[in-house]
Design a protein around this ligand. Structure first.
Ligand code: TGC
Ligand code: FAD
Length: 394
């Protein structure tokens, strides 16, 4: 095949170790995820048999230090997200939730006992985590949540009731970080706190959500809490208020900002190969000006998105990345990837809707990625607030 898929390269900006992590992640994902992903997507199943291998690759808790975690720097972590999502957003989702939404809050806000109890097993993939923030009537506005916890006695245990909805991995999770409006004994002012809710606690149900036409290779469910008694030592003591869950989301959104570049690379590279091979009107489709324009748009947008991720990655490494910069990264890179998937799909003609060509799967997945972890509109409003000083949320 002639030509080069990428003119822009960030290789020279990376350290040797980052390059090594990137190529190992790509090799692993091509060998182990690519051959099985379409089948799982079609059957709406998650490849649980790969969890132990994700752990061996250091993907679970990748950016965390200690407790058996890989301690990757933010750029190396981002590069693994690219490779996971180049195969499928649902696979990246699994690793995002485990690392950023379940392990991170235990690491950042938990007690030493909680860290020792959960993190090593989660890093080994033996224990699965989930993150329960969204509710049927509380999505973009998590401050309106109804799930509540009340303390039974001074310094005593808590009882949780409520319903969390759209929860990745809840049906298979061993531990769920549940955010609830919490009334400590004797207080009449509820405060949002995080709890470690464990499978097997009486009153807990985690039914699976069926019928998704997007992110099918990811397990989604509910967390239903009916007067679930949660010991006081399962409360995350290190944070209270909305900034608890929002801090976790900042970690996860950062990874999504990189992962989306991987999805876009996947569809662009497939579209390039297909149009170089497919002949119409006596020559390869890639030889027509309109096709080249599409390929160039995809190629150039991917380059800009990668540089944005890299720039913010280095800021994060220096401890200088702000939540609104993460909104910028998540919003723009996911929009780019979704538009890239639509364009790439069109370049396959009829074949573009078939599973075996993989672009429609990415397109359907990216509709979810556009919505979860703060919708495109919510991030627009967050950036709008930052650049105008005016709050347009409500
Ligand atoms: P606001 O008044 O702005 O902030 C409340 C407190 O939180 C702090 N804060 C943050 N802290 C860390 N990171 C962030 N990104 C933060 N954003 C805000 C803020 O400083 C403040 O702290 P303090 O100490 O002053 O109290 O809050 P608001 O009520 O105006 O809401 C802001 C808004 C709308 C942006 C927020 O509610 C929001 O982000 N909504 C979107 C909800 C969302 O993203 N849900 C995601 C659910 S999880 C999910 O989708 C997982 S998908 C899993 C998969 O990958 O499969
Ligand atoms: P709504 O908040 O009802 O929004 C509907 C529409 O209105 C959107 O377009 C939104 O942008 C727009 N809108 C809302 N408010 C405003 C406003 N102020 N101004 C302008 N437009 C506005 N949640 C978890 O807690 N944990 C998970 O693991 C998890 N996994 C998920 C997995 C999947 C497959 C999906 C689809 C979702 C998941 N979510 C999870 C939930 C996800 O975060 C929410 O779907 C998302 O936050 C949006 O909430 P909502 O669906 O209630 O939409």
């Amino acid at each position: 095949m002639s030509g080069t898929p990428y003119i822009l390269s960030i290789d020279h900006l990376l350290t040797d170790e980052e390059r090594l992590v990137w190529s190992a992640a790509r090799d692993f994902c091509e060998r182990r995820v690519a051959p099985v992903i379409e089948k799982h997507y079609e059957h709406a199943t998650f490849p649980r048999e790969l969890i132990a291998e994700f752990a061996e690759m250091g993907f679970l808790g990748a950016p965390l230090h200690g407790y058996g975690c890989a301690g990757m720097n933010p750029v190396a972590y981002g590069l693994t997200m690219i490779e996971l999502e180049r195969q499928d957003s649902g696979i990246r989702s699994f690793c995002s939730v485990q690392s950023a939404l379940a392990m991170y809050p235990i690491h950042a806000f938990g007690t030493e006992e909680q860290r020792e109890r959960w993190l090593p097993g989660m890093a080994r993939g033996e224990l699965i985590g989930a993150f329960g923030l969204t509710e049927p009537n509380s999505g973009s506005d998590p401050g309106s949540m109804r799930t509540h916890a009340r303390q039974l006695a001074p310094g005593g245990d808590y009882v949780l009731s409520g319903q969390k909805f759209w929860i990745t991995n809840s049906p298979i999770a061993d531990v769920m970080i549940v955010w609830a409006k919490t009334l400590d004994f004797g207080s009449d002012t509820p405060v949002i706190r995080g709890f470690l809710v464990e499978r097997g606690m009486p009153g807990l149900l985690t039914p699976e959500t069926h019928g998704k036409l997007s992110l099918r290779a990811s397990i989604t469910g509910e967390i239903v809490l009916d007067e679930v008694k949660v010991p006081k030592h399962n409360l995350l003591p290190g944070v209270s208020g909305l900034k608890g869950p929002l801090s976790c989301l900042t970690q996860a959104r950062y990874g999504i900002g990189w992962g989306a570049v991987g999805a876009a690379m996947g569809v662009y590279e497939r579209a390039r190969r297909y149009t170089l091979e497919r002949v119409q009107f006596g020559k390869p489709l890639a030889g027509f000006q309109l096709t080249q324009q599409k390929l160039v748009e995809l190629h150039n947008e991917i380059g800009k998105a990668l540089l944005l991720a890299f720039h913010f990655g280095r800021l994060k490494q220096d401890g200088k990345l702000s939540p609104v910069q993460v909104s910028y990264l998540k919003r723009d890179n996911v929009r780019m990837a979704l538009e890239a998937a639509r364009t790439a799909r069109s370049m396959f003609g009829g074949n573009g809707i078939m599973g075996e060509f993989h672009v429609m799967r990415h397109l359907c997945n990216l509709e979810t990625v556009y919505t979860y972890e703060g919708t495109h509109e919510i991030h627009t409003l967050a950036i709008g607030r930052a650049i105008t000083g005016l709050d347009a949320f409500s």
